[in-house]
Design a protein around this ligand. Structure first.
Ligand SMILES: Nc1ncnc2c1ncn2[C@@H]1O[C@H](COP(=O)(O)OP(=O)(O)OP(=O)(O)O)[C@@H](O)[C@H]1O
Length: 325
């Protein structure tokens, strides 16, 4: 897992970017940065503004406000210089099915200055397609087409590779292979910007993530740190329950979700307390102190069950239950 380091080179910088289409403000002033060698996830539900943002990143449409720089160059004002550093696949890569993979790469290379046959061989090697590169593309699986698309995007040695929903249509094995392959690319120093509406995918694939909802970036951070700092669900099995509620209720940072006192703070015929519990939402960092206070108040704790959140929980919390996918 990569750690944010201020000395790290910024490859993509998005500064207060807005986009109005018709009368609608589709993108509402978003900002984030992507560093060299990281896999950056761009996560949001359908219609949240991912594709519109990507289209602005590669200067297919112009922002209404704000600026985007790639390797320090303004995407709009210095179009050629900035986009020289970018490889991009939006939706499905455009390929000629009746040509071989190699011929497709040759066709594409003709449009790029200074891409030699040797470079074509290199990218074929990077995407691991040497065995099948002379077969027609129409015989390729979706995963192989995806790889060929990436090979195409790598031809001009980009610093940033933008992939829009790259796992769409892939089977679980294909997704796993793509994930590993993306990590290998990042290990070479390439930055990857991966958009997705699939949380588990972003959680497994990315170092950092920006969460976008209704055209606003509502959170940016390391995937692990975002999960760590979001509230966990904690079930306290405590007797007497009323006293425990009083202790926990003193803290503003705790949300009491549910209480179940069973049949009161009684013991059964074997002297075993009834399963009385309180469900709270609280930061994991507060749990030791709360436990201490409960014990000091003379409360017996029979169990503390912590359910750590997933990126999905965090996402749902941030977007207030907005549907994904
Ligand atoms: N040319 C357009 N004219 C009008 N509205 C548009 C246009 N392009 C996008 N929108 C609207 O902007 C919002 C964001 O769309 P966008 O395609 O960027 O979302 P997305 O996150 O990429 O979703 P999806 O994964 O479904 O493509 C949507 O409400 C969409 O209807």
């Amino acid at each position: 897992m990569l750690v944010k380091d201020d000395r790290r080179e910024t490859v993509l910088s998005v500064n207060n970017v807005k986009k109005t289409i018709g009368n609608r403000l589709i993108i509402k002033g978003i900002s984030f940065e992507v560093y060299a060698g990281e896999i950056f996830g761009f996560l949001g539900p359908n219609g949240s503004g991912k594709t519109t943002t990507i289209r602005m990143l590669v200067d297919l449409i112009k922002p209404t406000g704000g600026s985007i720089t790639i390797c320090g160059q303004d995407v709009h004002k210095e179009h050629n210089e900035a986009l020289r550093h970018v490889g991009c696949i939006v939706e499905n890569p455009e390929l000629y099915p009746y040509l071989s993979g190699w011929e497709n790469l040759e066709q594409f290379a003709r449009m790029l200055p200074g891409v030699s046959e040797e470079r074509i061989r290199e990218v074929v090697d990077i995407v691991g397609m040497d065995q099948r590169i002379h077969d027609r593309v129409k015989t390729y699986s979706l995963g192989m087409r995806q790889r060929l698309g990436i090979a195409q995007a790598l031809l001009n040695r980009p610093k940033l590779l933008i992939l829009d929903e790259p796992t769409n249509g892939l089977d679980p094995q294909g997704i796993k292979e793509l994930r590993e392959f993306i990590r290998q690319l990042a290990d070479t120093g390439l930055s990857l910007f991966v958009s997705s509406h699939l949380l588990s995918e972003i959680q497994q694939m990315c170092d950092r993530v920006a969460i976008i909802s209704h055209g606003e970036v509502i959170k940016v951070g390391e995937v692990g740190a975002l999960i760590d700092e979001s509230a966990s669900t904690v079930v306290w099995k405590a007797v007497p329950l009323t006293a425990a509620l009083e202790v926990l209720g003193r803290h503003n940072a705790i949300e009491i979700v549910e209480t179940d006192a069973g049949s009161g703070d009684q013991q059964d015929s074997n002297g075993k307390p009834y399963e009385a519990f309180i469900v709270t939402r609280v930061s994991p960092a507060a749990i030791p102190e709360l436990t201490r206070q409960l014990v000091e108040a003379g409360i017996s704790l029979y169990g503390i069950e912590i359910k750590h959140p997933t990126l999905e929980d965090l996402f749902l919390e941030l977007t207030e239950g907005e549907r994904i996918g």
